[in-house]
Ligand binder design. Structure first.
Ligand code: KG4
Ligand code: ZN
Length: 399
């Protein structure tokens, strides 16, 4: 018999609902993005996010059921994100899930948002021919998180939708998340919000045109003491700021882009036409440096911990340059790399429903006392990661 779980995700600025069968097959997946609301502030405004979730949650859940051809009574269990994230946002999805489960007398499963991102990779792989083997090293890289886990299972090296994963945190960012660095650099140079997708497109063009060779890379590799699998992205963001200050010739084009954004003209083509080769080269070097850090440390961890596969998930996993670099570097080492599709890389509820399935089978259920957990680690740090570190961000907020 098939088990159909309705997943609900509202940890940040996406209200999402999805139905997944047996933790493997996506029957529907609906995501209502709030980007248009937060764009003018250059980042997510928590109060506005909660308000939008309240507006969207009921229609989004209805739409997910309609697309799956189901009624509420056909749902076997509810999976809800309980953390980490913005408390007001989390509470909306979690409360709605709780009410539905209680009123229908169906099981409720609490899911860690980060575990959802891990499951997104497996959900995608189930659609294809090859699947990740365990143990794996998983990089979750988004606007709120940059964290590296070892994913294993005592049961099997070849997981199914029902496999319970064990997680060990190998490293994490000590300051900004990688997606946050994209967004801040985009804000500084007037490329709009969110920064990642547009920078990704502009860099591809810059490299095609050979602009990256015009200007030497002003960013060196990030040096960190202690855990070699930690990350840091605030330095490169500040380096971009200093570069812009030291190059006043860039200021008029920044103003022109700001004016274009204010008129609502934010397509990559428009922004490209308003950017000099010098700026495009700067973006290319920024992206190359961020990718090099992510790939080098992830692959280093995969080698040290004898991973049989590398998994990459979260919004930044949609980056074409990151994917190509991971593909190249892992092929050389004969460790396969797995990414979710673009839709499953960014926040969605299918990954939450998938993560809920194994917990449901294991009887790991939540009850009416379930509360939102703005800070919720997926795993405690490994002995490696407990070497002296700076002041790691707690993982509050976006992921
Ligand atoms: O996982 P996600 O949808 O949400 C949260 O962070 O909550 O990730 C969004 C982040 C943003 O920082 C965005 O700039 C970044 O992912 N991002 C990208 C790309 N697409 C989204 N960064 C680099 N390249 C991309 N193609
Ligand atoms: Zn996320």
């Amino acid at each position: 018999m098939t088990t159909r779980i309705l997943g609900i995700e509202s940890s940040c600025d996406e209200t999402a609902a999805a139905v997944v069968a047996d933790g493997r097959q996506i029957l529907s997946s609906v995501v209502a993005s709030q980007i248009d609301i937060h764009r003018k502030y250059g980042g997510v405004v928590p109060e506005l996010a909660s308000r939008e979730h309240l507006r969207s949650i009921v229609p989004v859940v209805r739409e997910a059921l309609a697309q799956a051809g189901m009624a509420l009574r056909d749902v076997d269990a509810f999976g809800v994100t309980c953390g980490p994230g913005l408390v007001g946002s989390l509470l909306v999805g979690l409360t709605y899930g709780k009410v539905l489960a209680t009123s229908l007398g169906k099981p409720l499963v609490a899911v860690n948002h980060l575990e959802g991102h891990v499951h997104a990779v497996f959900l995608e792989a189930y659609r294809g021919s090859s699947q990740p083997e365990l143990p794996a090293v998983c990089l979750i890289v988004s606007g709120g998180h940059t964290v590296l886990y070892e994913v294993s299972s005592p049961e099997s090296a070849k997981p199914s939708g029902a496999t319970i994963f064990a997680y060990r945190r190998i490293g994490q960012t000590r300051d900004d998340a990688a997606g946050e660095a994209y967004d801040k650099v985009a804000k500084l140079l007037a490329f709009g919000y969110p920064g990642g997708p547009v920078i990704d497109k502009l860099v591809a063009r810059a490299i095609e045109l050979g602009y990256d060779r015009l200007v030497p890379n002003p960013f060196g590799p990030t040096k960190l003491k202690g855990n070699p699998y930690d990350f840091s992205f605030s330095g490169i963001k500040t380096a971009v700021l200093y570069y812009v200050r030291a190059h006043p010739e860039l200021h008029p084009e920044i103003e022109r882009r700001q004016e274009a954004l204010a008129r609502g003209e934010r397509s990559a083509a428009t922004l490209l036409a308003l950017s000099t080769p010098q700026t495009l080269a700067l973006l290319a070097h920024f992206q190359r440096t961020v990718i090099a850090e992510l790939v080098r440390r992830t692959i280093g961890a995969a080698a040290e911990f004898a991973a049989r596969s590398v998994l990459v998930s979260g919004g930044v996993a949609a980056n074409a340059g990151l994917r190509a670099t991971f593909e190249r570097e892992t092929a050389e080492r004969e460790v396969p790399v797995f990414f979710p599709s673009r839709e499953l890389s960014t926040d969605n509820a299918a990954m939450i429903a998938a993560a809920a399935f194994a917990k449901l089978l294991a009887g790991d259920l939540a009850d009416a006392t379930l509360d939102a957990r703005p800070i919720l680690p997926l795993a405690s740090p490994s002995a490696q990661a407990m070497l002296p570190v700076g002041d790691p961000k707690s993982g509050i907020g976006r992921s």
